[in-house]
Design a protein around this ligand. Structure first.
Ligand SMILES: *Cc1c(COP(=O)(O)O)cnc(C)c1O
Length: 484
């Protein structure tokens, strides 16, 4: 396809996505005698990939094993992995490995490829932008796509007040900057985060994150003026939303003092912490308290954002309008991009040169984001997330009805989790969650665990997955549960 060019000529050629001939050549090559120099015929990713679970070797197969050996030798052990495969293509609802196995994807690379891997519109936008220019540094020579992403986020995030957006590279960097911006605006030091929170792996965001293992242990010292408040966790605390908020607010007022608090930072539905949905009324009560006390209310929507929960942003589900919203993961279909969006007067409190970074709002990532945002809106992916969520919940509730070791099924839209427990005591059962996840992956279904106690399996399928694959995945998961 030729794009009409900026310079009065055809500027770039973008790839045409098409079905490709399949695995015969690859499987033949994968049988024996592979070296790292082996060439591998791989299919293109994207929606044209056959939407099927297909196991042609054990997981991991020989090519994957070979990559994992190279990984172990070249990459530090601290960088772990969940599925022991060597990915070569992905799209729709599957990830294909180098051995020719096709696995059902219920993780979306941690809620990133929500529009589907290698979505044709994203691929085309990336190719076109890469051919025009790859980088100028927005702080040196601004360009259109950054501003267009800012305009889109200002329009799409909750609330109709005047907003501004700054772009960064990762969720952690967005959270760091939201804290910077809130401190500069308020002139106050303290930041309140919550039990079970996850905000990233940089020094400040490790400090904001609740869970020591694996995120913090041995990596300190951490930044000061971070305080942790109790969350609303209905399955475990039984408190109403207003009561849980009153408990958190009392702690903040007694242990910090409202006048010292720059920001309250919270994930509207916790991600890594276990897909914990707060009781109704919890978030609005916190937001009200922030408003009354001049505290910046920051919603960390890095995992919940972009249609994942059945709304464009999860804050909408709880009727809260955050002062600042941090986004990343689903924003650009896999390209590294993150944002802080918020009230113009808060965002503008920082002096010129105080915010930014070399790569923040990279033009290729911005092009991908604009294409992805267009897909979210024109394909009503929030509606798709709600429909998919009904399938996920129905299948999990059926498993729960038959097996009391599933203590809770929760979440919103296509962000759903099951919490595994000892049925007699309700104690977290991380061993069972890990065994079910491992057995599912071995049978060609990629699932992720999470939770402070490690006893939660989370489901974050790409919204491009066909329902038939979701059903097949739950047949596999059900069998894995029965066998463990
Ligand atoms: C993943 C995540 C982060 C960190 O994002 P990175 O891009 O990995 O730095 C921050 N907050 C939440 C809620 C997340 O899920």
């Amino acid at each position: 396809m030729a794009a009409s060019g900026l310079y009065g000529m055809d500027a770039v050629i973008v790839p045409v996505i098409h079905a490709v001939e399949w695995w015969s050549s690859v499987s033949a090559a994968s049988v024996a005698g592979m070296s790292t120099a082996d060439t591998l015929t791989v299919p293109l990713g994207g929606p044209a990939l056959p939407q099927e679970r297909r196991l042609v070797t054990a997981i991991p197969g020989p090519r994957s094993q070979q990559l994992l050996e190279r990984k172990a030798a070249a990459v530090p052990a601290g960088v772990g992995h969940t599925a022991p495969i060597h990915a070569v293509a992905a799209g729709g609802g599957v990830v294909v490995d180098a051995d020719g196995n096709s696995l059902i994807d219920l993780g979306s690379g941690i809620a990133v490829t929500t529009v589907g891997n290698s979505h044709p519109a994203v691929v085309a936008a990336v190719a076109q932008q890469a051919a025009q220019f790859t980088h100028t540094c927005f702080m040196i020579s601004p360009y259109d796509s950054y501003v267009a992403v800012a305009e889109a986020l200002n329009r799409l995030t909750p609330g109709d007040h005047e907003k501004k957006t700054a772009l960064f590279n990762s969720g952690a960097e967005a959270v760091e900057n939201a804290v910077k911006i809130a401190r500069k605006f308020t002139g106050r030091p303290a930041v309140v985060a919550f039990d079970h929170a996850y905000h990233g792996r940089t020094n400040l965001t490790m400090g904001l994150t609740a869970k020591a293992m694996p995120y913090k242990l041995g990596f300190g010292p951490f930044a000061g003026e971070i305080y942790r408040a109790p969350l609303s966790y209905p399955f475990r605390d039984g408190l109403s939303g207003p009561d849980a908020a009153a408990r958190a607010i009392a702690m903040i007022e007694k242990q910090i003092g409202a006048s010292q608090v720059a920001a309250v930072l919270i994930e509207p539905i916790q991600g890594e912490g276990g897909f914990i949905v707060p009781a109704d009324g919890f978030l609005p009560a916190l937001a009200d308290w922030c408003r009354q006390n001049g505290v910046v209310f920051i919603a960390d929507e890095v995992q919940t954002g972009f249609a994942r929960t059945g709304a464009m942003f999860a804050s909408e589900l709880f009727d809260v309008v955050p002062d600042l919203v941090t986004t990343a993961k689903g924003i650009a279909a896999g390209l590294p991009l993150a944002a802080v969006t918020g009230r113009a007067e808060i965002m503008d409190a920082s002096h010129a040169g105080g915010l930014g970074g070399t790569y923040g709002g990279n033009p290729i990532a911005c092009a991908a984001a604009l294409a992805a945002i267009d897909v979210y809106e024109s394909d009503d992916l929030a509606g798709r997330a709600r429909d998919l969520g009904e399938v996920l919940v129905a299948r999990l509730e059926a498993l729960r009805a038959a097996d009391a070791r599933i203590g809770d099924v929760r979440g919103r839209g296509a962000m759903i989790a099951a919490e595994f427990v000892d049925p007699a005591t309700g104690a977290p059962d991380a061993t069972l969650a890990a065994a079910v996840a491992k057995a599912s992956i071995a049978e060609g279904v990629i699932v992720l665990t999470c939770g402070t106690y490690g006893n939660v399996i989370r489901f974050l399928p790409p919204l491009s997955i066909p329902d038939t694959l979701v059903h097949e995945a739950f047949d596999v998961i059900g069998a894995a549960l029965a066998a463990n």
